[in-house]
Design a protein around this ligand. Structure first.
Ligand code: ZN
Length: 159
């Protein structure tokens, strides 16, 4: 019975890798929004990831559309793709709650609080936590989301 656990971990790791590669190769919501109400750019100089995130919020501050453009490593693209998949339909506040929980989860800062929010498919990025440099790839799009919702004019940089 004890031997079963590593096997499950291996299977999960394979599933997660497949999910990341699928999002990186076929990013969802790829493309700029003509009618964006909120936008932000993010750069990760260490890896060379660059992206621009566009959001369209309605009068109730609900995210009705999301899109992104950019180039970067598989982790940055997969994270941006998952982000756009997850935030459509959420309130701006709900999206910021996920941002906060995800950043804390990736930094292992405050696991108890992060555990209150269901990170869903973002858990596919858990393996990245062992590599602090790659955490910046995984969180870049989320910092751009935070910046866009808060209407910060300066591009976000991980450095
Ligand atoms: Zn990267």
């Amino acid at each position: 019975m004890i031997a079963a656990k590593p096997q499950i971990d291996d299977e999960l790791r394979d599933l997660y890798r497949d999910l990341i590669l699928d999002h990186a190769r076929n990013p969802r919501h790829f493309g700029a929004l003509d009618d964006a109400t909120h936008s932000a750019e993010g750069i990760n100089p260490l890896c060379g990831d660059k992206l621009r995130l566009d959001l369209q919020l309605d009068s109730d501050e609900r995210i009705v559309r999301a899109g992104f453009e950019g180039s970067g490593c598989a982790i940055s693209l997969a994270s941006a793709s998952m982000l756009t998949d997850m935030v459509v339909g959420l309130s701006a506040r709900g999206a910021i709650d996920i941002f906060t929980a995800f950043i804390e989860h990736m930094r292992n800062d405050n696991p108890a609080q992060a555990a209150c929010i269901d990170l869903g498919k973002l858990r596919a990025l858990d393996g990245v936590r062992e590599f602090p440099v790659r955490v910046k790839c995984a969180t870049l799009a989320w910092h751009a989301l935070h910046s866009a919702i808060n209407k910060q004019a300066m591009p976000v940089s991980t450095e």
